[in-house]
Design a protein around this ligand. Structure first.
Ligand SMILES: C[S@@+](CC[C@H](N)C(=O)[O-])C[C@H]1O[C@@H](n2cnc3c(N)ncnc32)[C@H](O)[C@@H]1O
Length: 384
């Protein structure tokens, strides 16, 4: 019934009908009001990119959707935490929870917000999961802890403010340090999702120890998890999804020196830098080359050798010219270019202004990439 109402509301939203008019045409189902149903329908339309095939089955409120773990990450996490009984003690609307339901025998979901807990229950039902039990309550209360005391693994993905200068444990709810203290008597095997912007040293300083795993989704830092007790397999690791290629702090390190550009240019997934594993990546690859550039957004390496890794975007250097629009445009024409992607820092507005000038009069077929290294423009072609 709820599913039908949500679908009806979503159809009306897509038709462009105003909110007030839609509210008159749909019904609420306790504990969800008509307004909640409208919000869930809106969130479902937005969820399309995040959940793929499951999109049309799951229910989220706006905030629950913002928090929700993307499907590829949720599947990966559930696989790593596969066990008999797991308790997700801040389960939200259950995007991660339902995947635990697919890999573990029994799953507890604890959620303080009554409506979101209801959505988690609906989501488990939608996927036909009979092994999920939802508990409405505060994860830090003794009564809640008693209800999940047979759990082998405790998982928590705490809520955090949408943005803040420096991410700290104190602004996470429930606070992972408190969860760790309170649940230690249940198990020492816990996993926490922490703000991925936190460098490994800051996690260490917070007092929680274990493996800090930085997760990249399609070449972009997406999540960071801390695994405690027996769950920790390394000090620090980085994993690239969907391939699951991994580098760890135990991989051999190669010190990278600055130097002149060589035949191949490599853009490094920034996840590796956040995890402080750049030298380990070089070590794992046996990298014979140099560091061309490192700033707060981009790291470029170069070598005369060709390397392959999902943590690298690879390019062949075609030409190096003084960084002037006319010079670059002239060279691009000569190389038979039609388009050029700019790979240096520009505001979105500047990006298209500069790109338009660089692409003026190009009549060729090829698509190149342009890097700015100091005062030089580097024209390169991606290696697939
Ligand atoms: C980031 S969300 C979880 C998202 C979830 N992992 C998912 O993939 O959908 C965090 C949730 O923790 C809940 N929460 C905050 N403090 C809590 C507490 N003390 N006990 C239980 N739940 C809590 C919030 O209401 C919020 O829904």
């Amino acid at each position: 019934m709820i599913a039908e109402e949500v679908e009806k509301a979503a159809k009306l939203i897509k038709k462009g009908i105003q909110r007030d008019a839609i509210l008159k045409r749909i019904r609420g189902y306790s504990p969800l009001t008509k307004e909640d149903i409208f919000e869930i329908a809106k969130a479902r339309i937005r969820a399309a990119g995040k959940f793929g095939e499951l999109t049309n089955k799951l229910f989220f409120d706006e905030e629950g959707l913002r928090y929700a773990t993307p499907e590829i990450v949720a599947r990966y996490r559930a696989d790593r935490l596969k066990c008999g009984i797991i308790a997700d003690v801040s389960c939200g609307a259950g995007a991660q929870l339902v995947f635990f339901g697919l890999t573990c025998e029994k799953v507890y979901g604890v959620e303080i917000d009554r409506k979101r807990a209801f959505l988690a229950m609906l989501n488990a039902k939608q996927l036909g999961l009979g092994n999920v039990e939802i508990i409405v309550g505060d994860a830090l209360e003794d009564a809640t802890i008693r209800k999940v005391s047979d759990a082998e693994i405790i998982f928590s993905d705490p809520a955090r403010p949408p943005s803040e200068e420096i991410r700290t444990m104190e602004n996470l709810f429930p606070n992972p340090l408190k969860v760790y203290e309170k649940y230690r008597e249940v198990t020492s095997e816990m996993a926490f999702e922490l703000p991925p912007q936190m460098p490994p040293e800051r996690v260490k300083l917070s007092g929680l120890s274990g493996e800090k795993e930085y997760v990249s989704l399609n070449f972009k830092l997406n999540r960071m998890a801390l695994y405690t007790g027996e769950l920790a397999e390394h000090d620090v690791s980085a994993v690239s999804l969907p391939s699951e290629e991994r580098i760890t702090s135990e991989d051999e390190r190669i010190k990278l020196e600055r130097g002149e550009l060589r035949n191949f240019l490599y853009e490094v997934d920034y996840t590796v830098v956040k995890a402080s594993l750049l030298e380990n990546l070089a070590g794992k690859l046996g990298f014979d080359g140099i560091l061309v550039e490192q700033d707060s957004r981009r790291v470029l390496l170069s070598s005369n050798e060709e390397y392959s890794s999902d943590f690298l975007r690879r390019y062949e250097v075609l030409d190096v010219v003084p960084f002037s629009t006319s010079e670059i445009n002239r060279k691009l024409r000569k190389l038979g270019a039609r388009k050029v992607t700019l790979r240096f820092s520009l505001s979105p507005k500047e990006y298209w202004e500069v790109r338009k000038k660089m692409e003026e009069g190009l009549k060729g077929e090829k698509w190149f990439y342009l890097f700015r290294i100091g005062k030089k423009g580097v024209i390169a072609e991606p290696i697939r």
